[in-house]
Design a protein around this ligand. Sequence first.
Ligand SMILES: *Cc1c(COP(=O)(O)O)cnc(C)c1O
Length: 423
Amino acid sequence: MKFETAALHGAQVVEQDNLSRAVPIHRTSSYLFKSSEHAANLFSLKELGNIYTRIGNPTQNILEGRMAMLEGGAASLALASGTSAIFYSIINICQAGDEVVAANNLYGGTYSQFDSILPQLGIKVTFVDPADPENFKNAITDKTKALYCETIGNPGLTMTDIEAVGKIAQENNLPLIVDSTFTPPCMFRPLEHGANIVIHSLTKWIGGHGTSLGGIVTDGGTFDWTDPKFALFNEPDESYHGLRYAHDLGDMNPIAFALRMRLVPLRNLGACISPDNCWAFLQGMETLSLRMERHSENGLAVAKYLDAHDDVEWVNYPGLPGNANYDTASRYLKNGFGGMVAFGIKGGRESGIRFIESLKLFSHVANVGDAKSLAIHPASTTHSQLSADQLKESGISDSMIRLSIGIEHLDDIVEDLGQALGV
Ligand SMILES: *Cc1c(COP(=O)(O)O)cnc(C)c1O
């Protein structure tokens, strides 16, 4: 199936007892066992099936199966939020004493998780400037267990050369984990360019309507976890009948990463997604490629408008010819450059705050990827926990405004920006 078709039909087998055309919401916590033997088989993984909604749910299964198809992966696991998807991806590989090399231009919440929570667990994260992929290589030590980056960093909108980082990961036998939230799979599929694991905050463009929280991790199924340095995959898991995830899963060995994440972090830490939110994300997926076309069309037009405006100091949009990321973005992105536009307003912090307060159509919220246009001033909000040095390192200035361009009529979007810039 092509992308647009899979987005509507992928992974759904119409339930023969009710013939429901739409994917049903299975709002149940638990599932009947057909017999004691059936129950025993499910628990020992001899048979796959539903046990309890913390571990999996039929509505969730369709969301996961569909996402794996859209991303070109082997298996996906949906979680309560993008944040939990990121956390579980790391602790599915790393334990105390291990290290991760990560880009320094990450989503604010991810940066804080890596900078302050992971060290509490004894996991050290070394941040590097992703503009030069060699920086990842130079930061790798014999304790490194993964490389981590975003496709388009937030809020600076710098694009990482995924193939170059993927090559370094491969040469060092390390998995590359990519947060691709800003580039849904109709625009970019990181697994085709050297990533091994792809994460999305479903909350953003995939959900697309600002209604639900969720995250999803897709396992490319290509990484070989049998190197003993990945202790969590090679040493017997006493909490799971002595299972060695890299060796004992038979047919399912290629999806050892996704399966272990379900059986260990999800099962025992519990950041499960609700069936209702799975349904909302399936609705979003159906129109994802259509919405992204309009987000991208409007995004480019807004970038050009701002670029020509006297009260604007600079514009950052990866699809703007002359932009520092234009070549990388053109090489990787399909069907447009997305809906995120960042710009610097003349007059710095004061003007930034005045601009935000003058917007009428744009909503001032800490979100991106809604069908509605959104705006924020990162230095005083999403990234306010960062120190002046960290802000600088993340490419954020006092005058930066981040826009998430929606799918309204372009004329109305431009009119609102124009009147707010004129205040
Ligand atoms: C929003 C976002 C997250 C976090 O996702 P939540 O669903 O809000 O937990 C992670 N990475 C990026 C790039 C995001 O935009």
